[in-house]
Design a protein around this ligand. Sequence first.
Ligand SMILES: [Mg+2]
Length: 220
Amino acid sequence: MVVYLFDFDGTLVDSTGAVEKALRIAIEKTMPAVIESELYDEYYQALFLFIKGKLTYRHLGVIHELVAQGTIHEYYNLMPKYIKDLPWARRVVRELRKRGRTVISFSGEHTYPGGKAIFMKRTNWYDEFDDVITFKSTKDMLQKFWGLRSLYPEEPVVWVDDSPSRFTYILDENTLLVQKSSPYKSDVALLFERDNFLKINSLRELLEIDDALSELLGEG
Ligand SMILES: [Mg+2]
């Protein structure tokens, strides 16, 4: 039995374009007067930092205004509509489950509490997984990873993520770390020296990796 962990944004879905589009339309819909003014860039920037969890005190006044006008609410309402599945994402997840693999969504929480689960439900991804786990920080991620490890002590784990920096903390030999290449993320050179690290261009390659694992484990 193999356990698969899948990151969400950038791994199974492309949300970068969706973020930009939803930010712009949310401002246009809730604060039309701002579009034509020189305030637009400031509002856009504040909203962007807010959703990335990187808000600074300098923007608090603007954020107050964005909350009052319903812009943030509108953003979260619009964003899931613009999220697109990456090629092969759904087919691969479904095929792995059909093969009896345990497939767990393992990804960082959005700034908005519970936002990740809401996004997954609205993009019809939530039910594609055996379990959905979200984490807030690196520390939280590691605790949840080791929690899973103790739940599946003997099983090989395959962790697929477009952020290779997360893998640098994982020294578990029975976990295969798979970096899904992304135009937005840089490689971590050190990982390429590890035997349990792979980088893939297409999610489709996971099916071949799974075949190889299956053979290795003496299944079928
Ligand atoms: Mg990601």
